[in-house]
Design a protein around this ligand. Structure first.
Ligand code: TYD
Length: 212
């Protein structure tokens, strides 16, 4: 039921190396007046910890994918649904599109139609975001930004990231009203300003959604 508040869920997506973490830190300051609830996937629960362990140990891709989905369920149950129920703006650093983009690549050749399988796993209980900010960057630039980072994940390879970014761009083409595509090569202050303005606009439009 719609309790009458502004129920807004904004997600931030993009391949590794787009500057998502820097953007999120800047948004926390810039949007402080909106009092948003920030969350992330993989999240802060023990389920999120097990996902990180699975990524580090490179277990089989079906185990990894189902753990990411379990983590999403935990994020919804512990953070997203309670915050939306209080009429709060929720901003999630990665969300279901991360699964649809990354795991449709890691599961290619493992199961027949990974994207359909992943979407079906979310059907009936997940919440579709109101807006999704997609940070886009040439893969070579993403890789050079990641070059100095310790503990790199197994996803952070050219052949994977290229495919993942192409998946994201297809999603944005398929749902142009949900996605806002942002050039992550722009100056970081400019990216922050642009994304903050986009989020403010969504809030100002006061989109109301009836959620089950
Ligand atoms: P994240 O914690 O955002 O990466 P970072 O270490 O840069 O902060 O995510 C960890 C990795 O998990 C990242 O490479 C993206 C990947 N990932 C998936 O493959 N599927 C998912 O559903 C999610 C949420 C993340």
């Amino acid at each position: 039921m719609d309790p009458g508040g502004i129920l807004l869920l904004v997600t931030i997506e993009g391949i590794d190396g787009t500057g998502k973490s820097t953007l999120l830190a800047a948004l926390k300051e810039r949007l402080v007046d909106l009092n948003p609830v920030f969350t992330r996937e993989p999240g802060a629960t023990w389920v999120g910890e097990s996902v990180r362990r699975a990524i580090a140990e490179q277990i089989d891709p079906i185990t990894e994918a189902t753990l990411f989905v379990a983590d999403h369920a935990a994020n919804l149950a512990t953070v997203v649904r309670p915050a939306l129920a209080q009429g709060k703006l929720v901003i999630s650093d990665r969300y279901s599109d991360s699964r649809f983009a990354y795991q449709s690549v890691t599961l290619a050749g493992v199961i027949p139609d990974p994207e359909e399988w992943l979407r079906a796993m979310h059907n009936g209980w997940s919440i579709v975001p109101d807006k999704t900010i997609l940070l886009v960057i040439p893969v070579d630039d993403a890789l050079s930004r990641l070059a100095g980072k310790n503990g790199r994940e197994h996803f952070e390879r050219r052949e994977i990231l290229e495919k993942v970014q192409n998946r994201y761009l297809e999603f944005a083409r398929a749902e142009p009203s949900r996605f806002v595509v942002v050039d992550a090569m722009l100056d970081k202050d400019e990216v922050t300003r642009f994304v903050a303005d986009a989020i403010r606009q969504v809030v100002a439009n006061g989109q109301k959604h009836i959620r089950k």
